[in-house]
Structure formats: structure tokens, C-alpha cells
Design a protein around this ligand. Structure first.
Ligand code: ASP
Length: 341
């Protein structure tokens, strides 16, 4: 019998409507347990670690990712897999951060939640939790099926650091534009084993240093010099995710190039990702990205924003020499990017 640890952090999955405030507010895990008697019929030996108080995931912070990584590290040998119940708003950020923090992961860490609270008749919470549990408990030839941090939501299992919340209304809240789902649940759960990361040969290493001296600069036609400079002059800044157009292109006004170059020369790592949901940065494909390459902007390839910003925090937290840090950002560490060029 597989032994699974459910880590309940909060989110809509465990919320009720508060008549007084007229807003949804988090409740404890017992309420979830009461609404999900099926959990006891699954043939899975499960235990629960519940955050007290549970949090709306919009309040998620890097310190909580460190806490989550620590909870998994401390109990790693005792469980076959982990299911994290989490609000959907920042689930992709948490999944991305954990994927970097848990190096050589050989057990499933499946995040899930729901769009409707578990107490609602039409809730999506039950299916999401039950199938996430089943995936976390599944083994093949003695090995776990999914040695990765994933998100299971609305019948699809996505690599966590490839996922994005794209819809606040549909039950299908997530997608993974640049990587296929690792499994799809219908009558059976169909695993796409060719897309799953290989089992690691080395033991788990948990990285708990994240550097939050990072920010994002999302460009748009008409962005002003003062807005760009204010962003790049944040005190202590070490890393910027530059969200550009198309294949990684940006405006070529001299003041814009100069501002970026100045930041890079001062040691700030600038990583280029595209504002498009699908596709990849190809630095140098157009003249409008050639200069970015020349001044030292590095390519985030086809990373999501969620993966890029958490990867920056993770890599900067390693205190590596700048060239090593840049190399690490440009290469795939946990299947979060594909290098095309
Ligand atoms: N605000 C909620 C959260 O992210 C939304 C959800 O769970 O879907 O915690």
C-alpha cells in the first residue's frame, strides 16, 4: 500500500463563503476530510500536514516554499509521494520553485486545488484530489511513475515548471503551452512516459536558499524611460526577467539599450522570455533582439514567467560566479526549458 503525505496549504479547495465579509475565506483540513469520504476507500495510506492557518495562495512567499521543501525533506524517506493542496492563483509559481529546490527528486510531488470549494455541489475539488492521490501512489516496476513536481488539474497532469494558470473561470484553469501533459485522466489515467523526467541516480538534494532580489520588466509600445529606469534601479537588484515581444524582441531606442546595458554591466542578470504564451526566445533572429544578445541579455528560451522568476531566485541563491549563474539559467535543470538554437 502506498503511503502519501497530503500537505494542505489552503486555497479555494478549502474555503467557505463568509456571510459577514461576503468573501471566501480559508477553513481547516477537517472540513475537506468530511467532504471527501472517498479518500478512505482508495487503498492509500495517507497522512495530513495542515498549515495553520491555511493561506490564500495570493499570500504565497518564498519563505513558504522553503518551509514546504523542508516538510518534504524531513519526511522524504517515510512517504512514497506527496500531494500539496494549494490555491490555484500561484500554484505554478510554487510548483516551479519546488522543482528547482528539490534536486534529484525520485518521488511524485503533485500540486492540486480547485476552482470551486469542496463543499459546493459542482465542485471540481473531489476529482482533482482523488486523481492527484492516485497519481502520487502509482508505481511501475517498483518505481514511482512520476518523479517530478507536477500540477494535476481538470484531468491533466502538467510538469509544474511548464504550467501556467490561464483561466480564472473554467475548471480547466491551467495549461502548458510549450510541453505536453505528462498524463491525461479519462476512464484510465494515460501516462506519457516519454515526456516524464528520468529517475535520478543521485540522492535528493534540497536547496533552501532563494534570493528575492529579482523583478520583472514587461515592455510595451510606449513604455517610458522613467518606468524602465525605476525598475532597473531597485536597490540591491540582482536579476530581471525581461518580458519581450515575439521571439524575444524589444524596442531599440538608445536610452532603452543604455539602461539595460548599465544594469548588466553592474552585475544584474537579465533573462529574456517572450510575452507570447507559446514559443521561444531566439536571441539574434531579428535585429531587434541581436543587440540584446550583444549587451549581455541571456535567453530564457521557452520558459514560462513563473519558471523564469523562480529559477532566478534559485540560481541567485546559490551564490555562484556570474558566468556560472548565467550558464545555469540558460540550460534546462528540471525540464523547464527546451534549447532550440
Ligand atoms: N485565491 C485562491 C488561491 O489561490 C484561488 C484558488 O484557490 O483557486 O488561494
Amino acid at each position: 500500500m502506498s503511503k502519501i503525505l497530503i500537505i494542505y496549504t489552503g486555497g479555494t479547495v478549502g474555503m467557505i463563503y463568509d456571510e459577514k465579509t461576503k468573501a471566501l475565506r480559508p477553513i481547516g483540513f477537517n472540513e475537506i476530510r468530511n467532504n471527501l469520504p472517498e479518500l478512505y476507500r482508495m487503498g492509500i495510506d495517507f497522512y495530513v500536514y495542515a498549515f495553520n492557518p491555511p493561506i490564500d495562495s495570493s499570500d504565497m512567499q518564498p519563505e513558504v516554499w522553503v518551509e514546504l521543501a523542508g516538510i518534504i525533506e524531513d519526511r522524504y524517506e517515510r512517504y512514497d509521494g506527496f500531494v500539496i493542496l494549494h490555491g490555484s492563483d500561484t500554484m505554478s509559481f510554487t510548483a516551479s520553485a519546488l522543482s528547482f529546490m528539490l534536486e534529484n527528486l525520485s518521488k511524485p510531488v503533485i500540486l492540486t486545488g480547485s476552482q470551486l470549494p469542496i463543499g459546493k455541489i459542482r465542485t471540481d475539488a473531489k476529482e482533482n484530489i482523488i486523481t492527484a492521490m492516485e497519481i502520487a501512489a502509482t508505481r511501475l516496476n517498483g518505481h514511482v511513475m512520476i518523479p517530478e513536481v507536477c500540477i494535476y488539474f481538470d484531468f491533466s497532469l502538467f510538469r509544474g515548471n511548464r504550467s501556467k494558470k490561464y483561466n480564472a473561470e473554467k475548471f480547466e484553469a491551467f495549461y502548458s503551452m510549450n510541453y505536453p501533459p505528462l498524463a491525461e485522466a479519462g476512464i484510465d489515467i494515460k501516462y506519457k512516459r516519454q515526456f516524464v523526467l528520468p529517475h535520478p541516480v543521485k540522492p535528493l538534494v534540497v536547496h533552501k536558499h532563494l534570493d528575492d532580489n529579482v523583478t520583472v520588466l514587461k515592455i510595451f509600445p510606449g513604455i517610458t524611460r522613467k518606468a524602465v529606469e525605476a525598475t532597473l534601479n531597485v536597490p540591491g537588484l540582482k536579476g530581471v526577467v525581461l518580458e519581450t515581444f515575439g521571439n524575444g524582441n524589444a524596442n531599440t531606442q538608445p536610452w532603452f539599450i543604455e539602461s539595460l546595458k548599465k544594469a548588466i554591466d553592474q552585475g544584474v542578470i537579465v533573462v529574456d522570455i517572450t510575452q507570447c504564451d507559446g514559443g521561444s526566445v531566439e536571441l539574434g533572429k531579428y535585429e531587434t533582439s541581436q543587440y540584446l544578445k550583444e549587451i549581455g541579455v541571456i535567453s530564457g528560451h521557452d520558459m514560462t514567467f513563473e519558471a523564469a522568476i523562480t529559477k532566478l531566485m534559485f540560481v541567485l541563491g546559490q551564490d555562484l560566479p556570474p558566468e556560472d549563474a548565467k550558464r545555469m539559467i540558460e540550460m534546462p535543470l528540471r525540464g523547464e526549458l527546451t534549447v532550440n538554437d
